[in-house]
Design a protein around this ligand. Structure first.
Ligand code: AMP
Length: 174
């Protein structure tokens, strides 16, 4: 198993001011994704957070990048929560406000069997709206959220409070 200091991982996240709009500091994880030991360490740490699950739920699109290897590491399946209009069959949908803009997310109505326990994986937790909408979709299908695991938590935006009813693990806090 790869290990890496928090600082070394943090050095691979780039702050991009005023992207995609003025006032937002975008946390760019592409250098971390491009670094083998860092990617390995991040995926291992996310997988260790909630190992006793039946499936991983990845949030489009950077949650897919991290969710797929977490699912592989845990030996469970990956369930996709996608932006509106992208899933081809019957869906459940939930609308929410983002740090910038609004969004609607969907899950295939048959993606989960009732009683399944899942971990929700995404790259960045900001206001928590995306993760809360995803948790709502999981619960509407009869699933249970064992935890939410994110690479980065933006602590000033209230996401952790909004998700207070769920266990939440973040690898890096800003
Ligand atoms: P939120 O719903 O506010 O928690 O926003 C989380 C979603 O928006 C995640 O899927 C992130 O990829 C993206 N996001 C929000 N704010 C940022 C940011 N400052 N830097 C990078 N991604 C962000």
């Amino acid at each position: 198993m790869e290990t890496m200091s928090e600082q070394a991982m943090r050095d691979l996240v780039r702050d991009v001011p005023d992207f995609p709009q003025p006032g937002i500091i975008f946390r760019d994880i592409t250098p971390l994704l491009g670094d083998g030991p860092a990617l390995h360490a991040a995926v291992d740490a996310l997988a260790r957070a909630y190992p006793d699950v039946d499936a991983v739920v990845g949030i489009e699109s950077r949650g897919f990048i991290l969710g797929a290897p977490v699912a592989y590491a845990l030996g469970v399946g990956l369930i996709l929560v996608r932006k509106e209009g992208r899933l081809p069959r019957q869906t459940e949908r939930a609308e929410y406000a983002l740090e910038y803009g609004t969004n609607t997310v969907e899950i295939h109505a048959d993606a989960l069997t009732p009683g399944q326990r899942v971990v929700i994986v995404d790259d960045v937790l900001a206001t928590g709206g995306t993760a809360a909408a995803t948790a709502e979709l999981v619960e509407r299908l009869g699933g249970a959220v064992a935890g939410i695991a994110v690479l980065i938590e933006l602590s000033g935006l209230g996401g952790r409070d909004r998700l207070a009813s769920y266990p939440l693990t973040s690898l890096l806090t800003y």
